[in-house]
Design a protein around this ligand. Structure first.
Ligand code: NAD
Ligand code: UDX
Length: 468
């Protein structure tokens, strides 16, 4: 097996950046260059004050320790490819917006362009690693492209090495992963390439946590893991609807169910709906794969996980309108949290976007506050999701600098993201500044309901009915 000395990572996003920065930190003997076509993103990674393009707890320390030592960020894609023995492909694979499979299939254009670039500029053999999440058998297409375009004497071995980090905990997840999964062809060359990558991770990951499997199993395992995690949330959210109608309490149900050691207690928090760039995209990808394999029942089964999530978001905004005497026209609603989960500035598919869209459609005035999401991003997301000119939206939506500011003169407060600072909110102070009756809608089950009720709030929580 080749001993890896130089790594190139194509794509300096949420996955490529943190993943390869950690590899550089843990493997000082390996030179790691992360490249991207997006100059602004690379400039931010190289920022002298470490204003990095993504917010992730612990990331800055990793970049401070390794950048300039054996970690480099660059837009010189071709050079980094030529120099490397091993190349991670960590480009985006969004849901296709048009053409065959629109709305379901993964857009593999970025993968294909990166693959063609590798074939075109490589002067020596490479191990090419799929890090992006891709449909089952994408490695085969990559191999065909690479082999058809390679220069004499260059061979390409393809591995699948999906990433399981979650945003907000990316650095902890990378330092101590539950598992690292490497898929390869079961040929001698495939096994050798697998061993080369395995020995990179072995610098800090215990051997028993590095799993080696066939290429197709590896690709499918990533889709399977995300589908099953998302299914758990849709299951608990489906039960939250039953709780609201019966007087059962979803936290108590989750606690009781999660005590079963076969089930486990993690990832059972009912919410306003899952967001993030992965769950919906990867399930739809699995649905499309099932359909193309002529497995309509399998496709319908997984599709329901996404349908339930949409239902949960709609159900929540409807509950707000219903509770506020069936109209929120002209009423001020404070939405606390815009990121899709705490500890990230990422807003992709965030439930907050859907809620704000619904409130704007009801002609409410929406006050938004998020501790990490930058204002431009909020406007970009609202422009994309609300079917009216941004100027009109700006008349209805106001972005605030603190939770208290956002709550002033509001009729209702919506908790959309479980930021820790929302646990510290001085609710007595908030109450003083709100219109009465003052409502709180907890989409993340973080508020102390008896305490807020005592202050005078009317509190509505996911998965807790009025009959409780
Ligand atoms: P991202 O959009 O943040 O980053 C992708 C980057 O690739 C962009 O900066 C883009 O400019 C760059 N890029 C695209 N084509 C390029 C090319 N030809 N050459 C150079 N750069 C190019 O995406 P992400 O969130 O990092 O996700 C990347 C992949 O990882 C996706 O397949 C995703 O499904 C998967 N994934 C994401 C997460 C997550 O938490 N975000 C977790 C696991 C897996
Ligand atoms: C997910 C997977 O967890 C990760 O393994 C994969 O690599 C990428 O996709 P991510 O989307 O970053 O990670 O975050 P995750 O913690 O999974 O949360 C996804 C969404 O589900 C968030 O909106 C979160 O708030 C929501 N969620 C999570 C719940 O509503 N309840 C839970 O119990 C857990």
């Amino acid at each position: 097996p080749v001993q890896v000395k130089k790594i190139c990572c194509i794509g300096a996003g949420y996955v490529g950046g943190p993943t390869c920065a950690v590899i550089a930190l843990k493997c000082p003997q390996i030179e790691v260059t992360i490249v991207d076509l997006n100059q602004a993103r690379i400039d931010a990674w190289n920022d002298k004050d470490f204003n990095l393009p993504i917010y992730e707890p612990g990331l800055e320390d990793v970049v401070r320790a390794a950048r300039g030592r054996n970690l480099f960020f660059s837009t010189e894609v071709d050079k980094a490819i030529q120099d490397a023995d091993l190349i991670f492909v960590s480009v985006n694979t969004p849901t296709k917006k048009g053409g065959v499979g629109a709305g379901f299939a993964a857009d593999l254009n970025y993968i294909e362009l990166a693959t063609r670039q590798i074939a075109k500029v490589s002067n020596s053999s490479k191990i090419v690693v799929e890090k992006s999440t891709v449909p089952c058998r994408t490695a085969e297409s990559m191999r065909t492209i690479l082999e058809a375009n390679s220069k004499p004497g260059c061979r390409f071995d393809i591995l699948s090495n999906p990433e399981f980090l979650a945003e907000g905990t990316a650095i902890d997840d990378l330092f101590a992963p539950d598992r690292v999964l490497i898929g390869s062809l079961q040929t001698q060359e495939g096994k050798d390439a697998c061993e080369s990558l395995r020995s990179v991770y072995a610098n800090w990951v215990p051997t028993e946590r590095i799993l080696t499997v066939g290429l197709w199993s590896s690709e499918l395992s990533k889709l399977a893991a995300n589908a099953m995690l998302a299914q758990r949330i849709s299951s608990i959210n489906a039960l939250s609807a039953i709780c609201e109608a019966t007087g059962a309490n979803i936290d108590e149900v989750a606690h009781a169910v999660g005590y079963d050691s076969r089930m486990g207690n993690k990832f059972l928090k009912a919410s306003v709906g899952f967001g993030g760039s992965c769950f919906q995209k990867d399930i739809l990808n699995l649905v499309y794969l099932s359909e193309t394999l002529h497995l309509p029942e399998v496709a319908a089964y997984w599709k329901q996980v996404v349908t339930m999530n949409e239902h949960q978001k709609r159900r929540f905004s409807k509950r707000v309108v219903d509770t506020l005497f069936n109209t929120i026209t002209g009423k001020r609603i404070a939405v606390l949290g815009f990121a899709f989960k705490a500890d990230t500035g990422d807003t992709r598919e965030s439930a907050a976007i859907t809620l704000i869209r619904d409130f704007v459609a009801e002609r409410a005035i929406v006050n938004v506050y998020d501790p990490k999401v930058v204002e431009e991003q909020i406007w970009l997301d609202l422009e994309e999701s609300i079917p009216q000119p941004l100027a009109a939206t700006k008349k209805q939506v106001v972005i605030h600098k603190s939770a208290l500011e956002a709550c002033k003169n509001a009729e209702a407060v919506i908790i959309a993201t479980e930021w820790k600072e929302f646990l510290q909110i001085d609710w007595t102070e908030v109450y003083k500044h709100m219109n009465k009756p003052a409502f709180v809608f907890d989409g993340r089950l973080i508020v102390d309901v008896p305490k807020l009720t005592e202050i005078g709030f009317k509190v509505t929580s996911i998965g807790r009915g009025d009959k409780a």
